[in-house]
Design a protein around this ligand. Structure first.
Ligand SMILES: Nc1ncnc2c1ncn2[C@@H]1O[C@H](COP(=O)(O)OP(=O)(O)O)[C@@H](O)[C@H]1O
Ligand SMILES: [Mg+2]
Length: 247
């Protein structure tokens, strides 16, 4: 067997590379994720690593995706360019279209990834700057509404908090919305974002209190205070943002 190399950039799972594969701590919903990744491969929706089964240690085995994951905060502005952000929105659209109406979506509109962020996105540079090619970390995927992932992208690829510019956030949200295409519930984008940002800091704080290791690490890195600050900023600019985002 080839040597194992631990991959940096994760907060929750332990991830090792072994040759052309990646071995991860299995997610709680391992069976669902396996079905989802198999479905995406079967229908030719190349937005995720290949699912390759379970190894002798019970770890999830995925195909290794070449490229770069910008897991350090804002490590290079090129990963946050308008072109790259539009590419993210198109990948999300492809995911949602590939899952809408399938048993994986159940009664919901489609399947949502629910953890879309630069740290979970593989980029490749074919000469025009890094562009997104796939998403990692499908542990939280499940049935949901399209607007949920779109809103999640809008705040994870944004700069929020003190000093942020509401006009720039609104411009980036519009760019995501335009690149995604027709979006049911688009008028709710801002409120969905607010609910998600609020739920995120509370979830980390509660998880840390319950001693969940990943959540403790996030809290120790200042995530609760930072995200709580983003929520306060979004609320403070809610009126202006609503106007800026109204079609
Ligand atoms: N299939 C893959 N191909 C390439 N790199 C990967 C792959 N899966 C994970 N990684 C790397 O490992 C890091 C952590 O993996 P991730 O699945 O996001 O775990 P966590 O749940 O800990 O965030 C990613 O940021 C990425 O750099
Ligand atoms: Mg991750």
């Amino acid at each position: 067997m080839s040597a194992e190399e631990l991959l940096p950039g994760g907060w929750v799972a332990e991830v090792a590379r072994v040759g052309d594969t990646v071995r991860r701590t299995p997610p709680a919903n391992a069976g669902y994720v396996a079905e989802l990744l198999r479905h995406l491969e079967r229908v030719g929706c190349r937005v995720a690593p290949a699912y390759l089964g379970v190894d002798e240690q019970g770890r999830q085995v995925l195909g290794y995706l070449d490229g770069r994951v910008p897991w350090r905060d804002r490590e290079d502005p090129a990963y946050f360019s308008d072109g790259a952000l539009a590419g993210v929105a198109r990948l999300v659209r492809a995911l949602h279209d590939a899952c809408a109406g399938t048993p994986l979506a159940g009664d919901a509109e489609t399947v949502c990834h629910r953890d879309l962020s630069p740290k979970n996105t593989v980029y490749r540079d074919a000469g025009q700057g890094p562009l997104p090619v796939a998403f990692l970390d499908w542990d939280l995927a499940g049935p949901g509404r399209r607007v949920e992932d779109v809103a999640f992208v809008c705040w994870h690829w944004a700069e929020l908090g003190p000093g942020a510019d509401p006009h720039e956030l609104a411009r980036r949200c519009r760019l995501v919305r335009d690149a995604y295409g027709p979006l049911p519930g688009a008028d709710e984008l801002l409120d969905v974002m607010l609910t998600q940002v609020d739920g995120t800091w509370r979830g980390i704080a509660e998880g840390a209190e319950r001693d969940v290791p990943g959540m403790r690490r996030l809290r120790a890195a200042g995530a609760v205070e930072a995200i709580r600050g983003w929520h306060a900023w979004l609320r403070a600019h809610h009126g202006a943002l609503t106007t800026l985002l109204t079609p």
